[in-house]
Design a binder for this molecule. Structure first.
Ligand code: DC
Length: 222
């Protein structure tokens, strides 16, 4: 089974790239951020503090998170409910980032991620894919782009989804989330030693895709 890991900060274009690569290569795409978002959503709905392990841990036993593929698209399921849309709301991004710092939550989602890898050629995106989830991945890409570019892209994405927000708010959220995700004690956002850096600040989506494909083809025979 081939394994491709794409890690990087919020808004660097991981999911856009991974989706396109998976369609091209016929691999299964797994958006691991969606799993943390589903846990974040549950905690949000429960009115619990996402930073508190005392409040979050007892909830984990009541949560079942899974993914389904409908027409090749990943749907994120929370206790049987399709929450794919709701988990994209800005409040839930923050909840996801906060709960993802809790060791119990990371452990809770480990099995789901490992199960998928076992049986499929995968492209997985996240924060710790190359370091923790698939340290033996055949290709590891660390995708980055500058803060302003990431904030602009996120704004456009949110606008398309009908979420009203401002550029300043989105930029502040991105900076805060980067800090949370990089500074946590367990599985922080950090490039694997053997990851290839791809900075797409000035790239179009086509250029990012072509560069990533080149990196992959140099490493695996496809
Ligand atoms: O990729 P995303 O923005 O949808 O991820 C949401 C949050 O989940 C992000 O702030 C950090 C966390 N996350 C993580 O800790 N590890 C992963 N593999 C994926 C996401």
């Amino acid at each position: 089974m081939y394994k491709i890991a794409i890690d990087g900060p919020s808004g660097s274009g991981k999911s856009t790239l991974a989706k396109r690569l998976s369609a091209h290569l016929g691999f299964v795409y797994v958006d691991t951020g969606a799993l943390y978002r589903a846990v974040g959503l549950y905690v949000y709905r429960a009115g619990a503090d996402p930073k508190s392990s005392e409040e979050v841990e007892p909830l984990l036993g009541k949560i079942s998170v899974g993914i389904k593929y409908i027409d090749g698209e990943q749907k994120t399921m929370l206790n049987g409910e399709d929450v794919s849309k709701e988990i994209r709301l800005p409040d839930i991004s923050m909840y996801a980032s906060a709960v993802s710092a809790l060791p119990a939550v990371r452990k809770f989602l480990l099995g789901t991620q490992k199960d998928i890898i076992r049986t499929n050629n995968v492209i997985m995106d996240g924060r710790d894919i190359g370091t923790v989830i698939m340290p033996d991945a055949h290709v590891k890409i660390f995708l980055i782009s500058n803060n302003e570019t990431r904030a602009m892209r996120r704004c456009e994405e949110l606008l398309e989804k009908g979420v009203t927000t401002t550029y300043e708010e989105v930029l502040a959220d991105i900076v805060k989330r980067d800090a949370n995700d990089s500074s946590r004690a367990v599985a922080p956002l950090t490039p694997a030693e053997d990851a290839v850096f791809l900075d797409n600040s000035t790239f179009t989506q086509d250029e990012t895709f072509a560069t990533a494909l080149e990196i992959i083809k140099n490493r695996i025979d496809i």
